[in-house]
Design a protein around this ligand. Structure first.
Ligand code: AMP
Ligand code: MG
Length: 320
């Protein structure tokens, strides 16, 4: 990014505006954590309910320490392993943090994103950025600048183009409870549970790590990431005319209505990168719904994050 553009972004953020920024996971709608006006704008622009807390984006460990009230040694170790990258830690929050960011909770979610433009902005501003995904609440997340522009045709904020998001789905979120030596996976992402487990045990074998129960993290709703037309997941071998009729009936479509199949690469990394972009472009075709057929290999751990997003994006699951 050239100096002039960087100055413009910094000015916009300090004046209390939001700016859409590229990250390696998805594009974010960012506000300086010190600007209450901008924080409020995030919620109004996105139509996001105030109970859904924001992730604070930092340039690295030193800045992360400024938004938490304790920085456990395990957090330091995991940050060294996985930052900058698609990994978010929920830790006790600093009491100087605006409650809008944390939805009034006493914890804060923090991560260092691995995108050169965004890292440069955070370092230059020298203030963390609170940023959720840059889309209308509940809809498909954006993985390109054009996605953001299409989601907000009447926007009055800057959209920075940093190319397509290379990861393509949101970060892996964990909570860290140092006292009880417990780590919980709150949201799966591309960083797998077993890699996390391996690192945690290597650092301190007394730690326990578990996949959290439903509803453990605020804002993790059952329905999320939804495309403009219904997504149907087909989790069975033989998808027949009868299933098609069932879909038409459920969504009150006429009997000529057709669906289009969402197909993804066999590599989980590529599939994550394609997912939201494909959902968006299929929504723009002249069909009535999208269907996706689960394959046996998608049961592998590397697909955990993708399966989670597909399930939340879907309006119907046909499994027998
Ligand atoms: P987004 O930035 O839209 O990808 O969503 C951020 C998500 O991170 C939220 O929906 C929560 O699930 C999670 N999160 C953020 N802050 C906290 C927190 N303090 N405690 C637990 N989960 C959080
Ligand atoms: Mg989001």
């Amino acid at each position: 990014m050239d100096k002039q553009e960087l100055d413009k972004v910094i000015l916009s953020l300090t004046e209390g505006n939001v700016v859409a920024i590229p990250t390696e996971t998805v594009y974010g709608l960012a506000a300086s954590i010190q600007s209450e006006a901008a924080l409020k704008k995030i919620f109004s622009v996105k139509n996001r309910p105030f109970f859904d807390p924001l992730i604070v984006h930092v340039s690295g460990i030193e800045m992360a320490k400024s938004v938490v009230s304790s920085w456990p040694s395990i957090a330091n170790y995991l940050a060294e392993q996985f930052w900058p990258g698609p990994f978010t830690m929920v830790l006790p929050k600093s009491n100087t943090l605006n409650p809008l960011i944390t939805s009034g909770l006493d914890s804060v979610a923090v991560r260092a994103p691995a995108h050169p433009i965004t890292l440069e902005i955070i370092k230059t501003l020298n203030i963390p950025l609170a940023a959720p995904s840059a889309n209308q609440f509940g809809k498909t997340s954006p993985t390109s600048a054009d996605h953001v522009k299409n989601s907000f045709p009447e926007r009055d904020f800057l959209v920075l183009d940093g190319g397509p998001s290379l990861i393509g789905i949101e970060s892996t979120v964990v909570s860290i409870d140092e006292k009880n030596k417990l780590i919980k996976l709150l949201r799966p992402g591309t960083l797998s549970f077993s890699l996390l487990q391996e690192k945690v045990f290597k650092f301190d074998s007394e730690y326990k790590i578990e996949k959290s129960q439903k509803g453990a993290s605020p804002g993790l709703l059952e329905n999320h990431y939804q495309p403009e037309i219904p997504l149907v997941i087909v989790d069975k071998e033989d998808f027949s005319n009868k299933d098609e009729e069932h879909i038409q009936k459920i969504f009150q479509l006429d009997h000529l209505s057709k669906g289009v199949e969402l197909t993804l690469s066999k590599s989980a990394n590529l599939a994550a990168r394609e997912l939201y972009s494909e959902l968006r472009s299929l929504s723009n075709t002249k069909v009535s719904y999208i269907f996706f057929k689960y394959k046996e290999y998608m049961k592998e751990e590397s697909w955990d994050g993708i399966r989670d997003r597909l399930k939340k994006a879907s309006s119907l699951i046909i499994d027998s």
